[in-house]
Design a protein around this ligand. Structure first.
Ligand code: ASP
Length: 351
């Protein structure tokens, strides 16, 4: 009888021990780190320019994307899969300047650019000047995985998409009233400055900023296997001229990932980001000078880029899961989620 009693007690103690083990499991410091950081564009984003509803809509969409990416990473999915899934959500939202809701070129059409990079292999894929692809990030990934090339543009890129069985959408799919109005405003400004006999051509540092033309989207993920991936997708800049391509599809400027250093996705004045080779420069400062992620990202965004006159920011993550999101513009839509599911979202400078 006493033995039976002892046996029961032992079984109960074992069960209690097991439950404790399971409940502490999800918080163990031994577990692999996996994280995700995203952006929805940088620019003149000020509280006074956003209604409470608009602000909430941005926060909700960023949260939705973060949660979707987290689910993939939590289940042991690849960082590349998380980056693609997250960017697709943002491309499908009319809130951001990528996919649906992208800005218009000077000829009143939408031309989309995107790129993706795998930090484990240093493979990359990029597309530019797309007119009929709903999710440019997925085509960038196909270029990386199913072609011998890194970058494909325009008609050729769309022919490749067709070969890969990707569906096409009409230009009207991308249309939003807000972006159309922005284009008209920009054209009116252009006409006015022409009348005033001022130099008109593409005064990026003033009018582009004021019009809040940015809204590019990007993501950097670190998966349980320790692999980093980064991706960026954009409509470019409002009223951009024929054939203009910004930094977003340029590997090393708008996007970069290397497991040995970091993953980076940029947003801002593409021309300056190309000239500063922003994303690769952050990685190189870490690789060759031993700078920390924060030091490297701050150096490039808050110092080098500012001196050149470029405005915008980056999201960046290193192989330990440290995150840096410096920006020198008034605001940047951004967010991150860690392995415990803790979400951080910011829009304005003071957050
Ligand atoms: N960097 C993008 C470009 O210049 C624009 C942006 O980030 O909003 O095309």
């Amino acid at each position: 009888m006493f033995n039976k009693y002892l046996m029961h007690i032992s079984i109960i103690l074992i069960l209690i021990f097991m439950v404790c083990e399971i409940s502490t499991y999800s918080y163990s410091s031994q577990d692999p780190v996996f994280k995700l950081v995203i952006h929805g564009g940088a620019g003149v984003i000020l509280r006074e320019n956003l209604t409470a509803e608009q602000e909430q809509a941005y926060r909700d969409k960023l949260k939705e994307a973060l949660v979707a990416g987290h689910e993939i990473l939590k289940d042991g999915g690849k960082s590349l899969d998380a980056v693609e899934a997250v960017i697709k959500i943002l491309e499908d939202s009319p809130l951001f300047n990528a996919g649906k809701g992208a800005v218009f070129t000077s000829s009143g059409i939408v031309e989309l650019d995107a790129s993706v990079m795998d930090g484990a292999t240093l493979k990359a894929g990029s597309v530019a000047g797309l007119k009929h692809i709903k999710n440019p990030i997925s085509l960038a990934r196909l270029v990386m995985e199913k072609s011998p090339h890194v970058m494909m543009v325009g008609v050729g890129a769309e022919k490749f998409a067709q070969e890969q069985g990707m569906g096409f959408v009409e230009q009207k799919y991308f249309f939003t009233e807000r972006r159309w109005k922005q284009l008209q405003e920009e054209k009116a400004k252009e006409r006015k400055s022409q009348l005033n006999k001022k130099k008109t051509v593409f005064n990026f540092s003033t009018s582009q900023q004021e019009a809040q033309k940015f809204g590019t989207v990007g993501a950097v993920a670190l998966d349980k296997a320790g692999n980093l991936a980064a991706g960026t997708s954009t409509g470019g800049t409002t009223n951009k001229k024929f054939g203009r391509v910004g930094d977003s599809p340029i590997i090393g400027a708008g996007t970069y990932a290397n497991n040995q250093t970091c993953g980076v996705s940029a947003t801002g004045h593409g021309e300056y980001f190309i000239r500063s080779v922003v994303a690769y420069d952050i990685s190189a400062l870490m690789e060759y000078k031993g700078l920390s992620l924060k030091e490297a990202a701050d150096k490039v965004v808050m110092d080098k880029l500012v001196k050149l006159g470029g405005s915008g920011g980056v999201i960046a993550m290193d192989k330990q899961g440290n995150i840096a999101t410096p920006f020198n513009s008034p605001g940047m839509y951004r967010g991150s989620i860690d392995e415990k599911g803790k979400i951080t979202i910011g829009i304005f400078k003071d957050e």
